[in-house]
Design a protein around this ligand. Sequence first.
Ligand code: ATP
Ligand code: MG
Length: 840
Amino acid sequence: QFKKNFLGQSADKFTRAASSQKCFRTSDIDKVGHTNRHLTFFEMLGNFSFGDYFKTDAIAWGWEFLTKEMSLPKEKLYATIFKDDSEAYDLWKKIVPESKIIRMGEETNFWNMGPTGPCGPCSEILYDLGPEYSCKKPDCGPHCDCDRYLEVWNLVFTQFDRQEDGSLKNLPRKNIDTGMGLERLAAVANGKTNVFETDLFAPIIEELSDILEVKISENPFQLRMMADHVRSVCFLIADGILPSNEGRGYVLRRILRRALRQGKMFGAEKPFLYRLSAEVAEIMKSAYPELSQRRENIASITKMEEEKFLETLESGTKILEEIMAKYKSSDVVKNKGNLKSKFVIPGDEVFKLYDTYGFPLDLTKEIAKENGLDIDEEGFKSAQRDAQKRSRAAWSGSGEKDLSFYSELHKDLGNTVFVGYDKTNAVSKVLALTKNHKKVNALNEGEEGEIILSETPFYAESGGQEGDTGEIKSQKGAVLEVKNAIKPVNNFVIHKVEVKKGTIAEDEEVTGTVDIKRRENIMRHHTATHLLHKALREVLGKHVTQAGSLVAQDFLRFDFTHLAALKSEEITAVEEIVNNAIRDNMPVCVSQMSLGDARKVGAMALFGEKYTETVRAVAINDEKDNHYSLELCGGTHVRRTGDIGMFKLISETSIAAGTRRIEAVAGEAAEKYFRHIDNLLDDISSKLKATKTEISAKLDKLMSREKEFEKEISKLKSQLASGGTQDLLKSVKDVKGVKLLTAKLADTDINSLRDLSDNLRIKMGSGIIILANIEKEKLSFVVSVTKDLVEQKYSAGKIAKNLASLVGGSGGGKNDFAQGGGKDISKIDSAFNKISEHLL
Ligand code: ATP
Ligand code: MG
């Protein structure tokens, strides 16, 4: 954030700064847990000089801070310097014995911003934790990367400007840029030898050991790694990042899944990381209250991602094991000549695992490593690129023709002046007319085409807001209906028109008038969209960001990032916040500002959107003149929130993983919506012959009566059917001494068939009963065999199976009773015959 200050290009008045900031790096991820000092999330303290104080003060003050403020014992501190930095050497010599100044090479003690430009040597302050932490190599010393000498602070002296030819020129303004890890400082200041032993981590590690039922002393590395990752997950989510397969979301996903897999190796079957968010929030709350505020949100997002991964982890692990087995055997290497060496899993396999099972690259890498295998990372990346290309290819291919026509026109005519923020009509000149992508001199009555004006009050479709409609009249009496306005290139506005009367020609003077009522409704929905955005972030959390929007005259649609469906209380809360903001009748203020200033005051901007240097900011201000909402937006808005009238959310759905969609109405559209609901209720209440307040009770009553009816009908049906037993008994056949009854019935149900069959069984004493119920396009049947025949190995289940296969269906059951169904109604008679033949 200080790049401009360092280069002397900032307008800031100050020349010194001190900072404490959240850092997240994955560059040390493999080390986390294994060393005493590496984390993925940490807090970095820093002090900066922009052409102000330099090396002398930076070193003296660094020393003073550590030895006086933090009371670290002097004898334990060492300093490293860049080997050629004699200035630093001389400065340190005044402070520590020369034996404690270590000259180091470029890789650790020289900082570059890029191949050319500002750069300079650095000097690190190390803390000696004692010989027991040494790697015990004979040459172990302060230059060693092991755990003994802990780097606490890095002081960077930006004093050179590297030239194209590699030579170093002195910078006119020298800078200081230092970084000190808070966790490392906390460790040494508290006499600990490991960042994980500080109170920033110890409670998290303890809780992890409780939840997973593993002893800290037996698995310190794994628990430390998980504790670190959990902290990162909490902070990333609190900063508005959601797990996804791209960019920052993917980094979050990787780290979460890495920790979860470790838990799974300890036997965790259920999500558990989310349970730690409370502890993390508790530890960090004084400095980062947002963690407590968003605790529930953090927990639920974490839990959902855990559930998702646990589902696929098992199957993915199995697949990976198979792959590993394959690439461990040397045969494969011989057969696949293209493999570099054995023990390397090819990139496309790694990608498949990533694509189908959500296995992050470094997770596969880690599992492979545990099994003595490598992975082809380059191959993975190229497989990923191919997949992206394929999905992009599927998207493109439309619209280019239009665009080239318009950009040619735009080259000639330039941008259109938009005057529609302040007025809804304007006098203007016809610059061009087009029809079917060709320029024309005139458009005649009845013709449709496009018109380009020198200036326009018509808002062209953009930023989700629909284009204006209205009328254009020429001085010569032509009348054109404006059906839409778009801006295909830059601010070049194309009006889609139909000539209603007369003829319009190039160069004529015209007056354009926007359909005011429609525009006002659009403005209500647009300002309401900003209020909705604000309310969603308040209710659901700061991770909510706009993913898409449509602002129309009769409704608004707002897509945003959020994982779960909104609970009904959340919906109510959102509606209340928006409607309160409407009643507060806050002014909507539009201003132009530099992009930098807009960022500074926290304006909400869209990700991936390109903004110009000067941006239009739409602020809704509260009575103290603070920004209640501030968004970068080119749309048209009401003057005060009260103009919106009212707001009602009408639907909330999911449109993609992690993306929700809200539709809502405001102002007149809301009024219409309520009227519609009210009419509906009137209609229902007149049909139910109940007042509106009685509707619900009346419906309950009707519904319970319906249930009773159903029961009654079913009872009656079976009674009717059993009344028919006498008739049915007449058709009993004797097949080799076994009584067989087959019968077709119509329009009854399976329960009645069962009752009937039970009745017949009693009446017959011994026998086989097959009853089929014939409906319009299907049949169902029951088969019942009396106990004595079951003992003789007759089976209702087998008969049902046979019968079903004869009528094109399925069936089965126990030996004494079975049921089934089929589609070939016409085959039932022959099927009955076949069954009886079979018994013979
Ligand atoms: P190391 O050599 O120990 O990895 P570094 O040279 O990468 O450290 P810098 O990039 O100079 O460190 O960062 C400045 C300071 O930030 C370090 O002196 C250290 O106190 C802290 N720091 C850097 N990386 C980490 C990390 N992964 N975890 C915790 N603190 C860190
Ligand atoms: Mg490092």
